[in-house]
Ligand binder design. Structure first.
Ligand code: NAD
Length: 250
């Protein structure tokens, strides 16, 4: 149902973004990938999805501008690129704060402001932001990430109101712990640091706050993103959908 539509997914060379890109491509969208990684692997992904890749560092306004120029007129923008840094606030490096706010929040402002004119002209558009359970609740030592994700929720609501009469929706999807390389790679270090087995790390550390005791799968996030692009979702805007196994219900 998305043939003829062009979809940009930021941070789509891995994890959740890649799953969303696959989901949109499967529905016929012309996909633009973005993100870092091995050249040969990215070329293989472009081949698999019939996609283009625009390498741009979204921690800067120039990078966001270059991405939007490379992507061309897009009908769907998924702001998904993000990063994390964990530290007590008094030793949180200021440059890490700036980079996290730039990538997880400001980049979405830039892609939206640059994509909206085309969306308005054709009276159809979808802006989907990968937020996080941390857009609704905080955890200690994640000041920049929590602030950026709460900010992304606010930006999304504002876009929803401004664009409602133009056939453009803006929504957040807010996962809990998703099974991506990012999460999987934390397990060996945590096993060592806490002298725990793999199962103990998964159940007692990572999934401690997730009542279903199951990791969210990237494909589940992708399915929600695809649904938000359907005409049946035209009245869903300004929403922030949790896919977090009950984390934020507590
Ligand atoms: P990931 O590390 O697997 O993927 C991140 C992607 O962003 C990669 O494609 C990477 O190349 C790209 N990227 C990183 N820095 C970039 C930059 N400066 N410019 C452009 N692209 C850049 O991560 P993921 O787990 O798939 O996370 C994707 C999104 O989902 C993030 O916004 C993250 O905050 C959010 N999220 C993840 C989880 C989780 O448990 N994995 C939970 C909630 C929310």
């Amino acid at each position: 149902f998305l043939s003829g539509k062009r979809a940009l997914v930021t941070g789509s060379t891995s994890g959740i973004g890649l799953a969303i890109a696959r989901g949109l491509a499967a529905e016929g969208a012309d996909v633009v990938l973005n993100g870092f990684g091995d050249k040969a692997e990215i070329a293989a992904l472009c081949e698999e999805l019939g996609a283009n890749h625009v390498a741009a560092d979204l921690t800067t306004a120039e990078g966001a501008q270059a991405l939007m120029e490379g992507a061309g007129a897009v009908d769907i923008v998924v702001n998904n690129a993000g990063m994390q840094f964990v530290s007590p606030v008094e030793s949180f490096p200021a440059e890490k704060w700036d980079a996290i706010i730039a990538l997880n929040l400001t980049a979405a402002f830039h892609t939206a402001r640059l994509a909206v004119p085309h969306m308005k002209a054709q009276r159809w558009g979808r802006i989907i932001n990968t937020a996080s359970a941390h857009s609704k609740a905080a955890s200690p030592f994640k000041s920049a990430y929590v602030a950026a994700k709460h900010g992304l929720d606010g930006l999304t609501k504002t876009l929803a109101l401004e664009l409602a009469e133009h056939g453009i929706t803006a929504n957040c999807i807010s996962p809990g712990y998703v099974w991506t390389p990012l999460v999987e790679n934390q397990i060996p270090d945590t096993m060592k640091a806490r002298n725990m087995t793999r199962e103990q790390v998964m159940n007692d550390v990572l999934l401690a706050g997730q009542p279903t005791k199951k990791f969210v799968q990237p494909a589940e996030v992708a399915a929600m993103a695809v649904f938000l692009c359907r005409d049946e979702a035209q009245n869903i805007t300004g929403a922030n959908y949790s896919i977090d196994g009950g984390w934020t219900a507590k």
